[in-house]
Ligand binder design. Structure first.
Ligand SMILES: [Zn+2]
Length: 78
């Protein structure tokens, strides 16, 4: 994973939360358009989050999405 990918991954949690600035969103989207590795990663994260959403609500602890992203980041940056 190159430096740019690392930077994108660091911003990904904000991006997925919709908390990223417009500028950051553009940067992430631009990178995803040209980097299959990161694109694949985002797809996997989205699938994971969708899977969580398909569970009954009472079984999902609060801010589980954030913790999933945190965990993924730890795996990525190990
Ligand atoms: Zn990348």
């Amino acid at each position: 994973m190159d430096e740019k990918c690392k930077k994108i991954m660091e911003c990904l949690s904000d991006y997925m939360d919709g908390e990223a600035s417009e500028q950051l969103c553009k940067m992430v989207e631009q990178h995803l358009a040209e980097c299959d590795e990161c694109k694949c990663m985002v797809e996997n994260i989205k699938i994971t989050i969708e899977m969580l959403h398909s569970l009954p609500e009472e079984e999902i602890p609060e801010d589980v999405e954030k913790s999933v992203l945190e965990r993924l980041k730890k795996i990525l940056f190990k």
